[in-house]
Design a protein around this ligand. Structure first.
Ligand code: GLN
Length: 479
């Protein structure tokens, strides 16, 4: 359970003038000052900008204006979200010196709701990884135990909330990059339905999988933040042209009468303490009136292999644009081809190069059908299997991460071991469904465990009802 003030109570006290936005931001900046050297959650702290926007909010409130539901709430942004005039690096050397000419849609929506941006957070380079050890700027540490990773790729955003550097943060989730670090840092993390949140201004990793979502101290804050940023954006052609459902009634709905599925053929590999927490979650939900129903999702097991073809394939195409001509750094060379090679050779780190090579291979003539084409068939099967399961249940519950936070370096020499962190999170990305991790129980060394709640597309209201119930029974913040 988090000891920090919720964003809801910050916004309430700033809006009524009970506390000033400047004081709230200063408190958070003071915590950053105290621990950031040790944690390294940020690539850039926006100290002056944050204080200035807090001052403007206080002025507007003094003038009797309504500022919005996030009035004065300090928020950290993953450094793959474009911020106008402010460096946006994806934790890669290849974007060195680049300043986006526009704000991501989520950034402008949160600013309109009164948020104050305190910094750009560290990530695995181009969001590829599960530990934030792949950053070109050095790793982020888990604030709960600095000998361990915060998870990834949104490790900086998860750590910023867990350390009290910001009340909320944004991450992106392509295969688990919000839910897994949320689990490892003991905070709430949500991957919304694909298309629920605009991707305009999110630097693409794998466009058919990427979604932006919240990290918060509790479930109600996650609902608030998601409601502020979701909804149709004509600037993203994959954005759902429908209003996003309200989540506020879900928080106190309870789970009475809900049918919650237990996937009996879930891939193994989760540690015993994680399995025990998930078992306990089912007990708690049953006690609260849910019906627990066994379901099978045979294709779940193939998610990891399909993802590690589809995501690198899309990445190899998306990352082709970083060639020293339009963005970031260039390494000069005798002719254009040598310049491309030198720029990409120096600009990208080893994991990004590995993904580009895997993806290029999977898409190449002669291999396309055997690899990429086959992975797309698995994706279709996955969607069918989930659709069948959702004929008999309203939501599903699984582990978020197979383990609690692991020590630095324990998986860096074995990319496959790192990829296995994504076993339980990937299927939701492949089929575009929402999923979230909520802190529930503790494991080895008292480190937090995240339980994952899954629901069908646009099923966020049900998903939040289940997560809120788990949080209540775990003694979480929901006040
Ligand atoms: N860990 C996964 C990967 O490395 C997921 C990353 C993500 O969701 N951005 O691809």
């Amino acid at each position: 359970m988090s000891t920090f003030q919720s964003a809801r109570s910050i916004a309430a006290s700033v809006s009524t003038g009970e506390s000033s936005a400047v004081d709230v931001v200063s408190q958070h900046l003071a915590r950053i000052e105290e621990r950031e050297e040790e944690v390294h959650a940020f690539n850039l702290v926006l100290r002056d900008e944050a204080l200035q926007s807090a001052e403007r909010i206080d002025e507007r409130i003094a003038a009797g204006e309504q500022v919005g539901p996030l009035a004065g709430v300090p928020i950290a942004l993953k450094d793959n979200l474009c911020t106008r005039g402010i460096p946006t690096t994806c934790s890669s050397n290849i974007l060195d010196g680049w300043r986006p000419p526009y704000d991501a849609t989520v950034v402008s929506r949160l600013a309109d709701a009164g948020a104050v941006f305190v910094g750009k957070t560290n990530l695995d380079e181009f969001a590829m990884g599960s530990s934030t050890e792949n950053s070109a700027f050095g790793p982020t540490r888990n604030p709960l135990d600095t000998s361990r990773v915060p998870g990834g790729s949104s490790g900086g955003s998860a750590a910023a909330v867990a350390a009290g550097f910001s009340a909320m943060s944004l991450g992106s989730d392509t295969g688990g990059s919000i839910r897994q670090p949320a689990a490892l840092c003991g905070v709430v993390g949500v991957k919304p339905t694909y298309g629920a949140v605009s991707r305009l201004g999110l630097i693409a990793f794998a466009s058919s999988l990427d979604q932006i979502g919240p990290f918060t101290h509790d479930v109600a804050d996650a609902a608030l933040l998601l409601e502020c940023m979701a909804g149709h954006d004509p600037g993203d052609s994959t954005s759902i042209p429908q209003p996003f459902p309200s989540l506020s009634e879900s928080l106190d709905r309870g789970v009475a009468g809900l049918r919650i599925g237990r996937i009996v053929d879930l891939p193994s590999g989760a540690d015993a303490d994680v399995v025990a927490s998930v078992d306990r979650a089912f007990e708690v939900l049953a006690d609260a009136g849910a019906e627990i129903i066994d379901v099978t999702i045979p294709a779940f097991t193939y998610g990891l292999t399909a993802y590690y073809l589809i995501a690198p394939a899309e990445a190899s195409s998306n990352l082709a644009r970083y060639d020293g001509v339009r963005f970031g750094s260039r390494v000069e060379a005798a002719d254009t081809n040598s310049m491309y090679m030198a720029t990409r050779g120096e600009g990208f780190g080893p994991e990004v190069k590995r993904r580009i090579m895997l993806g290029t291979y999977a898409l190449s003539a002669g291999y396309y059908d055997a690899y990429y084409g086959k992975a797309l068939k698995v994706r279709r099967l996955m969607a069918q299997d989930f659709a069948t399961a959702y004929e008999s249940v309203d939501a599903l519950v699984t582990p978020a991460s197979p383990s609690v936070a692991f020590p630095f370096g324990s998986k860096t020499s074995d990319p496959l071991a790192m990829y296995l962190c994504d076993t339980y999170t990937i299927p939701s990305n492949l089929i575009g469904h929402p999923a979230m991790s909520v802190p529930f129980g503790a494991g080895e060394n008292d480190l937090p465990i995240g339980v994952q709640v899954l629901a069908p597309a646009m099923g966020e209201p049900t998903m939040f009802a289940v997560a809120a119930e788990l949080e209540r029974s775990a003694g979480g913040n929901h006040v």
